[in-house]
Design a protein around this ligand. Sequence first.
Ligand SMILES: [Fe+2]
Ligand SMILES: [Fe+2]
Length: 398
Amino acid sequence: MNSKFHDNFDKFERVLNSAIRNYDKAKGLIGIGGRKGRYDDYNFEFVGGANDKLRIKHYDKSLRMLWKAEQHAPHTGTDFKDLTKDEKAFLTQAKDSLSVAEKKELDRYSTEEYKALINAHYTQEQKQAIVNVLSLIAHGEAYAWMVSAEVLVDAESTGGKAAVTMQVLEEAKHFVVLRELLLAWDCEVPRFLVWEYLVMERTLKSKGLEKFFGMNVLVENIAMGLFGMFGEMPGLEILKMFHLDESRHCALPVNYFDELPMSWWQKYSPYAQLRRLSMVLPAIPLLVSIEKDMAVLGVDSLEFGGSLVRKVFHMTDRVGFHMVIPPVVLTEMLNDAFNMYAKLTRKGHDYSDFMSSESVTGEEMARIEKEVFDLYRAGKKVTSETGGKILNWGRKVA
Ligand SMILES: [Fe+2]
Ligand SMILES: [Fe+2]
């Protein structure tokens, strides 16, 4: 080894390093490119720091809560081989200790038995209605997968990136598992409804962390609402696992912005506020499109929508994603609109407070949602009083 040569070579590397870094820094400063990877190799961290709090709340928790399709959806078991040897051995041992009746319960989900189970519980019309509604989410999961993969690039700090990485993994699992599940129902899976197409495309096209609004606040709440409604139905119990994941995804923006706050401009820019409102509005006619299918399942689409609107706006307010119209006012306006629609289309409709309805079923899922929404209640920013005043003024003018 020639140490003189190495000394010179190292010197050369240092000079080249500072030349290239400074060139990239200068380009970055005037906004014409520069370093793309938001990684701080000098401090062995991503830009934004370690942020262990976010890592523990999302990455660690996701790993603790990680569920496998081979165990929870064995009716698609021929297609999923995601259990480790140890997990498989544990399941077999657990099975050995069960009574005959319990074993039967655990075993009922072979593909053929699963189909027999759903055929025994649902008419063809109900099956198609379930597939129609759940397909909204299945298509949405494909977009959530793509959107979260892009958020991963934009999220700052090591903890932030670790948190979003788990979301990418979970959305991938949601899409592939939900796809298999719906295909087992032997029904036609419909295409995107245009309302959803608009929301999802606009979410994917949102810039940077603004994607948190379309995805984690709006779409994941819709998903959580539907999983919360379907998770107690026979043959759909696996949706409780999805519900659990989505509740964590819904909580991500508030935890993220607590650590790395949005700038004033990001919150209040008139363009961003208008764009957010224009993303929420196309989701409303979706309730009309699914009204027939929901009725087949004994659910009032407007009540489901009311529960959803309340939760979405609550979260919008808490995260600090301002919209041109305060969420409290918008909630009341939508309640009026829902009633107007019901009056026009339903015989003998009496004014109803759709926004106070609750769509979540089952104690466990209700507990999970309470946990997520209590988190938001704590930081409520727009008081109902102010909202009420603005609304009454608006009603007088109208
Ligand atoms: Fe998902
Ligand atoms: Fe999600």
